[in-house]
Design a protein around this ligand. Structure first.
Ligand SMILES: C=C(CC[C@@H](C)[C@H]1CC[C@H]2C3=CC[C@H]4[C@H](C)[C@@H](O)CC[C@]4(C)[C@H]3CC[C@]12C)C(C)C
Ligand SMILES: C[S@@+](CC[C@H](N)C(=O)[O-])C[C@H]1O[C@@H](n2cnc3c(N)ncnc32)[C@H](O)[C@@H]1O
Length: 384
């Protein structure tokens, strides 16, 4: 505190002035310090803590994908209305549009809060989430034995996290397909930034009717994407069609496991929760996958739930993030209130928040896995 010496001989006066000036200075210093801390804290909260692991997206840039700002809330309500009329989802032709709406709503939040790879991977002690994610992606391409220069299909490619890891790891060329136009623009921008645009291409389209020639790919993979297909055989038969004879296809499937009991209301609630929060027309059981693959003509080379021990829990990343979710939730509320994020963002975030709980329960109880791996081969042509 600074003491101002006053000419007033009365001791009491001197003391009073000292306090007045000192208090004013203290208040000013306090206000400056608090403002400084608040500004720094806000910057840290939004840009450091609140940014994607791979710095893909900042919270201040959250959007509704290709949906106009003013329509985000309506589209979110429309998304939920599908579940109020489950018969609508059962009509296969409605599903791609419903999935497209979902990815317009969630793509930015996924990138911001998870990164550029929209899937799970088993936790690996001593490795970061990013490293474990990459290893899970590289395993897919190692399974299909890709060689440099080959043309590989990524069915349901998201914003291309896996495609870039796979192209860089194997030297192959990847063509990705996604139903969501906004993801195409994000993926292309990321490919360019990573210097991989010569190796990675992305097209907007429906993997149930792909705009590719028969027998035009040397291999294919799909990571946590074909679960969006209303009928698995529709997407598997398309992948079969575009593969060259002898080529391999690997898929990481979302399924219910042998522990799932359809008579147990708690199991049913968890699975319905996962379906509603992840735009799924209905989760399949693990036992259906190989059947469908064989039905469309594939030989099944290998099948394995990659979540089973000794793998470490894939859901631990979701559980460890509880504090981060609350921070994100507050941040999204502030951004929506200030008009920076479109109206409806809070609702979408809340839906994901609840979904994370259902997914964690699905993992902990073992009734659900997002990584039931199936490796298939398209048979060589039979010579006459
Ligand atoms: C394969 C699919 C997506 C799987 C995962 C990538 C996503 C499933 C649930 C998502 C999330 C849940 C909680 C969010 C959190 C509330 C938010 O603050 C930050 C983002 C989340 C962590 C978000 C990230 C992506 C998921 C883990 C499906 C759709 C077939
Ligand atoms: C959970 S994301 C996974 C993305 C990517 N495989 C990854 O791991 O990052 C599912 C992807 O499947 C795509 N998808 C869902 N249904 C589709 C369809 N009918 N046609 C094309 N893509 C589809 C979505 O657009 C999204 O890109």
């Amino acid at each position: 505190m600074v003491i101002y010496v006053h000419s007033n001989p009365h001791h009491n006066h001197l003391t009073l002035d000292t306090h007045t000036h000192g208090a004013a200075m203290d208040t000013l210093t306090l206000i400056c310090t608090i403002s400084f801390i608040l500004a720094g804290g806000l910057y840290w909260f939004v840009f450091i803590l609140g940014s994607a692991e791979q710095k893909g997206k900042h919270a201040v840039k959250l959007s509704g994908g290709s949906i106009e700002r003013e329509k985000v809330q309506d589209k979110y309500n429309q998304y939920w209305s599908f579940f109020r009329r489950p018969k609508e989802i059962e009509k296969s032709e409605n599903v791609p549009a419903f999935v497209d709406t979902f990815y317009n709503l969630v793509t930015d939040i996924y990138e911001w809060g998870w990164g550029q790879s929209f899937h799970f991977s088993p936790a690996i002690p001593g490795k970061s989430n990013l490293e474990s994610t990459k290893l899970h992606e590289q395993m897919a391409v190692d399974l299909i034995g890709v060689k440099p220069g080959q043309k590989i299909l990524d069915a349901g490619c998201g914003v291309g996290g896996p495609m870039r890891a796979i192209a860089a790891h194997s030297g192959c060329n990847v063509v990705g397909i996604t139903i969501n136009e906004y993801q195409v623009s994000r993926a292309k921008a990321h490919n360019k930034k990573a210097g991989l645009d010569a190796q990675c291409d992305v097209v907007c389209g429906n993997f149930l009717e792909m705009p590719f020639e028969d027998e035009s790919f040397d291999g294919a993979y799909s990571i946590e994407a074909t679960c969006h297909a209303p009928k698995l055989e529709d997407v598997y038969s398309e992948i079969f069609r575009v593969l060259k004879p002898g080529a391999l296809y690997v898929s990481y499937e979302w399924v219910t496991t042998e522990l799932y009991n359809g008579e147990d209301p708690e199991h049913v609630e968890v699975i319905h929760g996962i379906e509603r929060g992840d735009a799924l027309p209905g989760l399949r059981n693990y036992s259906d996958i190989a059947e469908v693959a064989k039905k469309v003509g594939f030989e099944v080379v290998k099948e394995k739930d990659l979540a089973k021990p000794p793998s470490h829990p894939w859901w631990s990343r979701l559980k460890m993030g509880r504090i981060a979710y609350w921070r994100n939730h507050i941040l999204v509320m502030v951004l929506e209130t200030l008009g920076i994020a479109p109206k409806g963002t809070v609702d979408v975030h809340e839906m994901l928040f609840k979904t994370a709980d259902y997914l964690t329960k699905g993992g902990e109880t073992g009734i659900f896995t997002p990584m039931h791996m199936i490796l298939c081969r398209k048979p060589e042509k039979v010579q006459d």
